[in-house]
Design a binder for this molecule. Structure first.
Ligand code: NAD
Ligand code: G3P
Length: 331
C-alpha cells in the first residue's frame, strides 16, 4: 500500500481543490470526486475549478475526476474527505464500496450534525474503519494561501506512524511542511471548536469591538478550548501547538476565514439565513455551535463563549446584549 500510494479526494470545494493541488506536487494519479458535473467538464477543458480557488491551474493529466463516489474510492488506499460535515452523510448515501481496509483522512473541520460525532468517530462507527486507519488533516492552513503557495504547516494526527509518514510525504512540498501527532481526538475537537470562536471574533468585529477586545477574546477562547477538550479526551497535549492555538489564531484573525466572515455579518445585523446566503462558502462553525453546546450538557465544561454564540445563532439572542453579558465573564 505504501510504495505507490493511491489517493482519492472527496469534495469539490476550496479545501478539496487545495488538497488536490498539494498531492499533485508528488503523485501522478489522483482520483477526485465532486458532485457537480459542470465543474468536472470545466476542469477537464480549462484546468481550473470554476467555483472554488479558480486561480489554481490543475494538473489535469494526473487527475481522474468523477461524480461517482464509488469509482473514485475503489482503487484508492488513502481517501481524503473534504466535504463540509453537514453534507457528509448525504453525500455518502450512494457509497457501496467498503472503507474498512482504506486509510481515511478527515480534512473536515466539523462535527456530524445528525450524531454530534467527530468525523473519525463517525467513520469508525458507521463504516467500521479501525481507529488505526483514521487520520486527521488539520493545522492553520487556508485553501486560499495554498493556492498562492505561501508557506503553511499542516498537522497529520494518526495513531499509525507508517500511514502518517506516507501522508506527510504525499502532501509536503516547498510550501507545505507537515507535523505529526497521535492526538486524533483532540485535533478534531480543536478544529471544530476554533470555528465557533472565529464566529465569536467576527461577531465582536461586526459589533464594533476593536483589536484589544479581540485579543482578550482569543486568550479566553484557547483556555475554553483546553477545558472542553480535556473533558472529552484527557491526554498530554500542548494546547499552544499549531494544530490547536495556531488554527484558532488563523481562523480568528484571517480575512480569508469563512467563520469570521459569517460572524462579522451577524454582528452587523444580518440574520443567520441572510448571512449564509451571502456567502458562496460554508461556515462550519454554525453547525459546530449547536453540537458543541449540546455535547457540553454532558461534559459540563465552562464555555461562556460557545454559550453566547449559541444564544445568538439558535435562540435569536441579540448579539449586542449577548456580548455585553459575555464581557462580564471574560478575564
Ligand atoms: N477552505 C479552507 O481553507 C479549509 C481549510 C481546512 C479545512 N477546511 C474544511 O474543509 C471542509 C470543506 O470546506 P471548504 O472550505 O472546502 O468548503 P467550501 O465552502 O469551499 O465549499 C463548499 C463545499 O460544500 C459543497 N456543498 C455545498 N452545498 C452542498 C449541499 N447542499 N450538499 C452537498 N454539498 C454541498 C460544495 O459542493 C463544496 O464542495 C470543511 O469541513 C472545512 O472546515 C477548509
Ligand atoms: O478559517 P475558516 O473559517 O475559513 O475555516 C476553514 C478551515 O477550517 C480553516 O482552518
Amino acid at each position: 500500500m505504501n510504495d505507490n500510494p493511491k489517493f482519492a479526494v472527496i469534495g469539490g470545494g476550496s479545501w478539496a481543490t487545495a488538497i488536490v493541488k498539494m498531492l499533485s506536487e508528488n503523485l501522478t494519479d489522483i482520483a477526485w470526486y465532486m458532485r457537480n458535473e459542470n465543474a468536472i467538464e470545466e476542469i477537464k477543458l480549462n484546468y481550473h475549478n470554476p467555483n472554488y480557488l479558480s486561480s489554481v491551474e490543475l494538473d489535469v493529466e494526473k487527475l481522474s475526476i468523477t461524480n461517482n463516489v464509488n469509482e473514485a474510492i475503489t482503487n484508492a488506499d488513502y481517501i481524503v474527505f473534504a466535504i463540509p460535515s453537514a453534507f457528509l452523510s448525504q453525500e455518502l448515501e450512494s457509497l457501496t464500496e467498503s472503507l474498512e481496509n482504506k486509510v481515511i483522512i478527515s480534512a473536515i473541520k466539523g462535527i456530524i450534525p445528525e450524531t454530534s460525532l467527530i468525523v473519525g468517530e463517525h467513520f469508525h462507527q458507521t463504516y467500521n474503519v479501525p481507529y488505526d486507519n483514521i487520520a486527521v488533516l488539520t493545522g492553520p492552513c487556508h485553501a486560499e494561501e495554498v493556492a498562492l503557495e505561501r508557506l503553511s504547516y499542516l498537522t497529520i494526527a494518526c495513531k499509525n506512524k507508517e500511514y502518517a509518514e506516507v501522508i506527510e510525504n504525499c502532501l509536503g512540498s516547498h510550501y507545505i511542511r507537515v507535523k505529526l501527532t497521535d492526538d486524533i481526538v483532540g485535533a478534531e475537537y480543536a478544529a471544530m471548536l476554533k470555528n465557533i470562536y472565529a464566529i465569536a471574533c467576527g461577531i465582536a468585529h461586526g459589533l464594533g469591538y476593536g483589536d484589544n477586545f479581540q485579543a482578550l477574546l482569543m486568550s479566553n477562547a484557547i483556555r475554553e478550548m483546553k477545558k472542553f477538550i480535556k473533558k472529552v479526551h484527557k491526554m498530554k497535549r500542548n494546547i499552544n501547538n499549531s494544530a490547536y492555538l495556531g488554527d484558532l489564531l488563523v481562523t480568528g484573525y484571517s480575512l480569508f476565514s469563512r467563520n469570521r466572515m459569517f460572524g462579522n455579518m451577524i454582528g452587523k445585523g444580518y440574520t443567520v439565513k441572510s448571512a449564509q446566503m451571502e456567502m458562496n462558502m460554508i461556515a462550519e462553525g454554525y453547525y459546530a455551535t449547536k453540537s458543541a453546546y449540546e455535547l457540553n450538557k454532558k461534559y459540563g465544561a465552562k464555555t461562556p463563549i460557545i454559550n453566547a454564540v449559541y444564544d445568538i445563532l439558535y435562540n435569536g439572542g441579540n448579539p449586542k446584549k449577548a456580548f455585553r453579558k459575555l464581557t462580564e465573564k471574560l478575564d
